[in-house]
Design a protein around this ligand. Sequence first.
Ligand SMILES: [Fe+2]
Length: 172
Amino acid sequence: MTDSVRDLLIVGLRDAHAMENQAEELMERQVDRLTDYPDIHSRLERHLAETRTQKKRLEDCLESCGESPSSIKDMAMSFTGNLAALGHAMANDEVLKNTFANDAFEHYEIAAYKSLLTLCSLSGMNGLAPALQESLREEEQMAKWVEDNVEKVTRDFVTRQRSTAGVAGVAS
Ligand SMILES: [Fe+2]
Protein backbone atom coordinates (compact mmCIF):
# COMPACT_ATOMS: atom_id res chain seq x y z
CA MET A 1 0.00 0.00 0.00
CA THR A 2 2.66 2.48 1.08
CA ASP A 3 4.80 1.56 -1.94
CA SER A 4 2.00 2.26 -4.39
CA VAL A 5 1.23 5.58 -2.69
CA ARG A 6 4.92 6.40 -2.95
CA ASP A 7 4.71 5.69 -6.70
CA LEU A 8 1.72 8.02 -6.94
CA LEU A 9 3.74 10.65 -5.10
CA ILE A 10 6.63 10.32 -7.58
CA VAL A 11 4.27 10.67 -10.56
CA GLY A 12 2.65 13.66 -8.85
CA LEU A 13 6.02 15.31 -8.25
CA ARG A 14 6.99 14.84 -11.90
CA ASP A 15 3.66 16.26 -13.06
CA ALA A 16 4.06 19.21 -10.72
CA HIS A 17 7.53 19.85 -12.13
CA ALA A 18 6.04 19.85 -15.64
CA MET A 19 3.28 22.16 -14.38
CA GLU A 20 5.87 24.61 -13.02
CA ASN A 21 7.73 24.50 -16.34
CA GLN A 22 4.48 25.46 -18.01
CA ALA A 23 3.88 28.22 -15.45
CA GLU A 24 7.37 29.58 -16.12
CA GLU A 25 6.73 29.64 -19.89
CA LEU A 26 3.35 31.33 -19.44
CA MET A 27 4.81 34.09 -17.29
CA GLU A 28 7.88 34.58 -19.47
CA ARG A 29 5.56 35.09 -22.44
CA GLN A 30 3.56 37.72 -20.55
CA VAL A 31 6.17 39.61 -18.61
CA ASP A 32 7.94 41.42 -21.47
CA ARG A 33 4.67 42.71 -22.88
CA LEU A 34 3.32 44.18 -19.64
CA THR A 35 5.34 47.36 -19.46
CA ASP A 36 2.09 49.38 -19.54
CA TYR A 37 0.97 47.61 -16.36
CA PRO A 38 3.87 48.04 -13.89
CA ASP A 39 2.03 46.44 -10.91
CA ILE A 40 1.35 43.22 -12.80
CA HIS A 41 4.80 43.28 -14.36
CA SER A 42 6.61 43.43 -11.02
CA ARG A 43 4.35 40.85 -9.34
CA LEU A 44 4.78 38.44 -12.26
CA GLU A 45 8.55 38.89 -12.17
CA ARG A 46 8.51 38.06 -8.47
CA HIS A 47 6.36 34.96 -9.02
CA LEU A 48 8.59 33.92 -11.93
CA ALA A 49 11.51 33.84 -9.49
CA GLU A 50 9.39 31.90 -6.99
CA THR A 51 8.39 29.45 -9.73
CA ARG A 52 12.05 28.72 -10.53
CA THR A 53 12.66 28.02 -6.83
CA GLN A 54 9.56 25.77 -6.77
CA LYS A 55 10.98 23.75 -9.68
CA LYS A 56 14.22 23.29 -7.76
CA ARG A 57 12.27 22.16 -4.67
CA LEU A 58 10.44 19.56 -6.76
CA GLU A 59 13.74 18.35 -8.23
CA ASP A 60 15.12 17.98 -4.69
CA CYS A 61 11.97 16.06 -3.64
CA LEU A 62 12.32 13.72 -6.63
CA GLU A 63 15.99 13.12 -5.83
CA SER A 64 14.97 12.28 -2.25
CA CYS A 65 12.69 9.63 -3.79
CA GLY A 66 15.63 8.26 -5.78
CA GLU A 67 14.63 9.78 -9.13
CA SER A 68 17.33 10.96 -11.53
CA PRO A 69 17.36 14.48 -13.07
CA SER A 70 17.09 13.05 -16.62
CA SER A 71 13.75 11.38 -15.88
CA ILE A 72 12.50 14.69 -14.52
CA LYS A 73 13.40 16.44 -17.77
CA ASP A 74 11.59 13.85 -19.93
CA MET A 75 8.36 14.12 -18.02
CA ALA A 76 8.48 17.90 -18.07
CA MET A 77 8.06 17.92 -21.86
CA SER A 78 4.79 16.00 -21.82
CA PHE A 79 2.86 18.63 -19.91
CA THR A 80 3.32 21.27 -22.62
CA GLY A 81 0.09 21.56 -24.56
CA ASN A 82 -2.36 20.70 -21.78
CA LEU A 83 -2.68 24.30 -20.78
CA ALA A 84 -1.20 25.87 -23.89
CA ALA A 85 -4.53 27.52 -24.59
CA LEU A 86 -3.96 29.66 -21.53
CA GLY A 87 -1.19 31.64 -23.25
CA HIS A 88 -2.97 34.33 -25.17
CA ALA A 89 -1.51 35.82 -28.27
CA MET A 90 -1.16 39.56 -28.60
CA ALA A 91 -4.74 40.78 -28.65
CA ASN A 92 -6.52 43.90 -27.65
CA ASP A 93 -7.67 42.56 -24.31
CA GLU A 94 -4.65 40.31 -23.79
CA VAL A 95 -4.00 41.66 -20.32
CA LEU A 96 -7.50 40.68 -19.19
CA LYS A 97 -7.41 37.18 -20.67
CA ASN A 98 -3.99 36.58 -19.18
CA THR A 99 -5.31 37.67 -15.79
CA PHE A 100 -8.11 35.08 -16.03
CA ALA A 101 -5.61 32.45 -17.18
CA ASN A 102 -3.21 33.24 -14.34
CA ASP A 103 -6.07 33.00 -11.84
CA ALA A 104 -6.99 29.55 -13.20
CA PHE A 105 -3.38 28.39 -13.30
CA GLU A 106 -2.63 29.40 -9.71
CA HIS A 107 -5.66 27.44 -8.50
CA TYR A 108 -4.54 24.40 -10.51
CA GLU A 109 -1.16 24.66 -8.75
CA ILE A 110 -2.78 25.02 -5.32
CA ALA A 111 -4.78 21.82 -5.87
CA ALA A 112 -1.67 19.99 -7.10
CA TYR A 113 0.39 20.94 -4.02
CA LYS A 114 -2.44 20.04 -1.63
CA SER A 115 -2.66 16.62 -3.31
CA LEU A 116 1.12 16.14 -3.11
CA LEU A 117 1.08 16.99 0.60
CA THR A 118 -1.63 14.38 1.16
CA LEU A 119 0.43 11.80 -0.74
CA CYS A 120 3.49 12.70 1.37
CA SER A 121 1.50 12.03 4.49
CA LEU A 122 0.00 8.75 3.22
CA SER A 123 3.35 7.41 2.02
CA GLY A 124 5.27 8.42 5.13
CA MET A 125 7.48 10.82 3.13
CA ASN A 126 6.88 13.62 5.60
CA GLY A 127 10.35 15.02 5.11
CA LEU A 128 9.23 16.48 1.77
CA ALA A 129 6.31 18.36 3.28
CA PRO A 130 8.00 21.61 4.45
CA ALA A 131 9.32 22.46 0.95
CA LEU A 132 5.95 21.67 -0.64
CA GLN A 133 4.15 23.70 2.03
CA GLU A 134 6.35 26.67 1.16
CA SER A 135 5.45 26.37 -2.54
CA LEU A 136 1.75 26.01 -1.66
CA ARG A 137 1.94 29.18 0.42
CA GLU A 138 3.50 31.08 -2.51
CA GLU A 139 0.80 29.82 -4.90
CA GLU A 140 -1.95 30.86 -2.49
CA GLN A 141 -0.44 34.33 -2.14
CA MET A 142 -0.16 34.70 -5.92
CA ALA A 143 -3.74 33.46 -6.46
CA LYS A 144 -4.98 36.00 -3.92
CA TRP A 145 -3.01 38.79 -5.58
CA VAL A 146 -4.38 37.92 -9.03
CA GLU A 147 -7.95 37.80 -7.70
CA ASP A 148 -7.57 41.06 -5.81
CA ASN A 149 -6.19 42.66 -8.98
CA VAL A 150 -9.02 41.72 -11.37
CA GLU A 151 -11.05 44.86 -10.74
CA LYS A 152 -8.04 47.19 -10.94
CA VAL A 153 -6.67 45.69 -14.15
CA THR A 154 -10.12 45.94 -15.76
CA ARG A 155 -10.40 49.60 -14.79
CA ASP A 156 -6.83 50.31 -15.98
CA PHE A 157 -7.58 48.54 -19.26
CA VAL A 158 -10.70 50.67 -19.85
CA THR A 159 -8.76 53.85 -19.03
CA ARG A 160 -6.05 52.89 -21.52
CA GLN A 161 -8.64 52.07 -24.20
CA ARG A 162 -10.26 55.45 -23.70
CA SER A 163 -6.97 57.36 -23.89
CA THR A 164 -5.94 55.43 -27.04
CA ALA A 165 -9.30 56.19 -28.61
CA GLY A 166 -8.84 59.85 -27.63
CA VAL A 167 -5.45 60.05 -29.33
CA ALA A 168 -6.99 58.52 -32.46
CA GLY A 169 -9.76 61.09 -32.38
CA VAL A 170 -12.49 58.61 -31.48
CA ALA A 171 -13.13 59.82 -27.95
CA SER A 172 -16.02 58.09 -26.25
FE1 LIG B 1 2.27 29.73 -9.33
